[in-house]
Design a protein around this ligand. Sequence first.
Ligand code: SF4
Length: 340
Amino acid sequence: MNGEAALVEITDLYKYFPIRAGLFSRHVADVHAVDGVSLTIHEGETLGLVGESGSGKTTVGRLTLSLLRPSSGSVRFKGQDVTKLTSGEVRALRREMQIIFQDPYGSLNPRMTVGEIVGEPLKIHKIATGREAAERVKELHHLVGLRAYHVNRYPHEFSGGQRQRVGIARALAVNPSFIVLDEPVSALDVSIQAQVINLLEDLQQQFRLTYLFIAHDLSVIRHISSRVAVMYVGKIVELAARDDLYENPLHPYTQALLSAIPIPEPAVEARRQRIVLSGDVPSPVNPPSGCRFHTRCPVAFDRCIVEEPRLLDYGNGHLAACHLVEERKGEAPALTAAQK
Ligand code: SF4
């Protein structure tokens, strides 16, 4: 387990989005986007959060930064519950907590030069003005591998990788300690992905940053994460140290996701057994009873349909929520902090 102090503590977090219909916008149902998530993110680590589209991982990221209010639960940042802050207090907190989005083009104002974009947070947070701000913008360009002359160019003049570097420079402008990276390399070519990931790793070491790295791609997550949490329809189903998760996945869903990653050695790839999941991810409006994965799980049994599995600790911080794992392991595993 990571011995570092907790920077972010997410406890029993729920986010339901109401669905309204009819003439009077009657509340008819809820999207169960996040359904009882508890996570701790330690100082200086990268926690990878992985799951298919609709798993709720992006909503967890936004709730963590107070970009959304939860239905219930808490998010503590350096001990302070950010879900209880006023909008003014949340704005002040933005200096510490930043986000980098998947689509660097969509998140950059096309009418501003990249110098203005990177310098904007310095103005908003009254960190620097005039010559001092210009120097800081140059320094930030250098840090992320952009050239000084790029300050006067517009986002459309840049490649996808360069635009993502602009997004990173803008996030770094306020000297944050925590950054949520929401699919930061998914829109980039594979060769460019590696460059951006390496840059993020270098910056993390240099500035002792803590990352919540959200992605659907398990290969990318493996490269950068210290620990990995797997989400399925609003819930964490497995959480472990990176190597533990990739070498000894406990949950059938994680096993299926890992079996789908191509292995570059043809001989190994030919011998490998793929677990093909049938059906689609269930709707978060009406999640399945019991274990949410039972409609697609190749080893589901009767108990899975009626009883929801608890997220239990099988040693060394390796958690899984699966009846089969619990029954196979025999001895009673430890309850996680959120269940005590
Ligand atoms: Fe499969 Fe049952 Fe485990 Fe869910 S609890 S993952 S359905 S075996």
